[in-house]
Design a protein around this ligand. Structure first.
Ligand SMILES: *Cc1c(COP(=O)(O)O)cnc(C)c1O
Length: 389
């Protein structure tokens, strides 16, 4: 087996004997054109329009989240989710170092700082044991009943795990620890639309969860996001502060809070309605590709293909390899990209970025070790898989 075999395999599966094969491209195989033209014809292109509410209802029905509030992107959804969870300037939000920068940025927007807890090798997301150890070692309960970081003095305002590359973290264990400490759980499910833990959709285990519909995610609205919650009051609050805090009135402009212009626009929502109709087909196609990759890599002793963790159904948003060393990873990245097959390393760990370098960290040995060996390989929905289902 050689890297050439990998290139041939990918080109055959994607039915693209030559030319560039991206890491993840969107597929518009359903009612996308129809609904977007309909939105255009309705003259409601902006944040008021029938498709926005319809897309929220479809996301609520699909995820099983009683309420869903649409936003202009996943980052804004996360920003508002953290605000509603009660995160204040100077506090700390416990998250994982291996994530897309939006997770840490959304924390910073609230004026709080991320505090980093290690990931587990199985899920590549927040490790419940490490979270427990972290709190045991660093948290102290004060007279107000809240838990504070005994070294920095900051209140632990929320726990924010992320389902890395679509693979669910052990979210029930994390939720149990959050309950014990009475720290709100907010889930970054930006990458895991269609991923389930114990048959329950990711993003629905905490006080709030968020989804992203950026162009590179499994389902896209061009740009978009969704806040998920089971609490009606929270949902109303989320809607209020994502729509400029305007108090409903037939003509008066009265706003009762400094709020945001974060509402999803109708054109995007129209795209979303067409995309979500295909979500199960997309997940099935992606799981089929993952199975083929798994079989292909089973004979490669030193390369590990990452499969879904126990008790979960992963959407396999980005298929992932773990290489034996950083040198081997670099060699693989160089070779595949030169051949026109797009592959990418994991994100630089958040605790290594200049903005978050001085944030409070637990022991991050697993993340430090894995981050430099991870490679993502082409993972788009393959249209012929969809047709042959
Ligand atoms: C994509 C993503 C987001 C949100 O991204 P947007 O581009 O703002 O929709 C947040 N967190 C993670 C982990 C992501 O991958």
């Amino acid at each position: 087996m050689s890297y050439h075999d990998f290139i041939s395999f990918v080109r055959r599966e994607f039915v693209r004997p030559e030319g560039h094969i991206p890491l993840h491209e969107p597929r518009f195989l359903g009612n996308e054109r129809k609904y977007i033209l309909d939105a255009l014809d309705s003259n409601f292109v902006s944040s008021v329009g029938a498709y926005v509410g319809r897309f929220e209802e479809m996301c609520s029905a699909y995820t099983g989240s009683p309420y869903a509030v649409a936003t202009m992107n996943g980052t804004s959804a996360l920003h508002v989710a953290l605000l509603i969870a009660g995160v204040k300037p100077g506090e700390e939000v416990i998250t994982q170092p291996l994530t897309f920068v939006a997770t840490a940025n959304a924390i910073a927007y609230t004026g709080a700082s991320p505090a980093f807890v290690d990931i587990s090798g199985n899920t590549m997301g927040m490790c419940p044991q490490k979270l427990e150890e972290f709190l045991h070692k660093n948290a102290e309960k004060r007279a107000d009943g809240a838990w504070y970081n005994r070294y920095t003095g900051a209140r632990f305002a929320a726990v924010l795990p992320m389902h890395t590359f679509g693979h669910p973290v052990e979210i029930e264990k994390i939720a149990g620890i959050c309950n014990q400490y009475k720290i709100p759980l907010v889930e970054d499910a930006a990458e895991s639309m269609g991923s389930l833990y114990l048959k329950k959709h990711t993003g629905t285990f905490g006080l709030l969860g968020i989804l992203s519909f950026n162009g590179n995610k499994i389902l896209t609205t061009g740009g978009g996001g969704m806040i998920l919650t089971a609490d009606e009051e929270i949902a109303l609050r989320a809607k209020h502060i994502t729509t400029t805090g305007k108090v409903p009135h037939p003509w008066e402009f009265f706003h009762d809070v400094t709020a945001y212009n974060y509402r999803l626009i109708n054109l995007s929502a129209a795209l979303g309605c067409a995309q979500i109709e295909q979500i199960e087909t997309f997940v099935a196609a992606k799981r089929r590709l993952a199975q083929k990759y798994k079989d292909f890599f089973s004979s490669w002793k030193d390369i590990q293909f990452v499969t879904e963790p126990e008790n979960s159904r992963s959407n396999y948003w980005l298929n992932t390899l773990i290489m034996p060393s950083k040198e081997e990873r670099d060699h693989f990245l160089q070779f595949t990209n030169e051949q026109g097959v797009m592959t990418r390393p994991a994100w630089t760990l958040m605790n290594h970025l200049p903005m978050y370098r001085n944030c409070f960290c637990g022991n991050l040995e697993v993340a430090e070790n894995l981050a430099e060996r991870i490679v993502n390989i082409p993972s788009s929905v393959i249209p012929s898989y969809v047709q042959n289902q």
